[in-house]
Design a protein around this ligand. Structure first.
Ligand code: PEP
Length: 267
């Protein structure tokens, strides 16, 4: 079981991808309320890590709040450029994210792949950029409904991850997020058995491309219509180390309840 206090040594991570929601003022109110809610519930942040991924324009506000109030909430960007500087209008450098204390950056989200045509090779270059700048990449992989029908659940995410990890620097942390595209925002999550099957296959890819030590240490998240009502099923699986949450991460009480998934494990 990939639960806090389990035997894997991997600290579960619950990450909220806000996508293009909440402006910088709303982000301050949200993070304050999230921190209060979790503190009131006596959440042990050392046992389950919490991270939020606001739009770029919110990051400075979130950083200021987190640093000023010493909040145990990590934050990150939703994307970064494969380049560190130069004539790339509209792009955000890993150097800039690092300067804002961002711990993580999401890379290769299916919405970036779909709407911005990001290729596996580009995602590998972005992963390299994250590592070059000391930021932990959360690499998203996942099959579409058509992929699922043609190739089954594991083939596409496995091949996406194999290419993406080509950009990894030796000894640096990577987080992987298995996000079946058909489950994102659809209200139809994968079953926990299916998530386990693919996450185990992804862990084998980490072992193959990096090494066994990296595979044992790497956190693999499930994402796609995660809610408080279904998180426990995923977290009971041995190769699922947390969740990347979209829609439900915009609701403080629901997101806090997902973070506190241990309260649902007995149900
Ligand atoms: C996501 O976009 O990463 C995601 C998992 O979204 P949702 O939780 O809304 O399905």
């Amino acid at each position: 079981m990939a639960v806090a206090g389990g035997t894997t040594g991997r600290i579960p991570l619950i990450a909220g991808n806000w996508k293009m929601n909440l402006d910088h003022l709303q982000s301050i109110a949200f993070v304050q309320k999230l921190a209060w809610t979790l503190k009131d519930a006596r959440h042990d942040f050392a046992k389950v890590e919490v991270a939020v991924f606001p739009p770029f324009t919110d990051l400075r506000s979130v950083q200021t709040l987190v640093n000023a109030d010493d909040l145990p909430i990590a934050f990150g960007g939703q994307d970064l450029s494969e380049f560190d500087s130069g004539a790339y209008t509209g792009e955000i450098s890993g150097q800039f994210l690092k300067a804002l204390d961002t711990k993580y950056v999401i890379i290769g989200h299916s919405e970036r792949r779909q709407y911005h045509g990001e290729s596996d090779e580009q995602i590998a270059a972005k992963l390299a950029a994250a590592h070059r700048n000391g930021i932990v990449p959360i690499v998203c992989v996942g099959e579409t409904a058509a992929d699922l029908e043609t190739h089954g659940p594991s083939a596409v995410p496995v091949s996406q991850l194999r290419v993406a990890l080509g950009g990894a620097a030796k000894g640096q942390e990577v987080v992987v997020a298995y996000e079946p595209v058909w489950a994102i925002g659809s209200g139809q999550p994968a079953t926990s058995e299916q998530a386990q099957q693919v996450c185990a296959a992804l862990r084998a890819v980490v072992a193959e491309v990096l090494d066994d030590e990296a595979a044992a240490a790497t956190r693999i998240l499930y994402g796609g219509s995660v809610k408080a009502a279904n998180i426990a099923g995923f977290m009971r699986e041995p190769d699922v180390d947390g969740a990347l949450v979209g829609g439900a991460s915009l609701l403080v009480d629901e997101f806090s309840s997902i973070v506190r998934y241990q309260q649902h494990l007995g149900t």
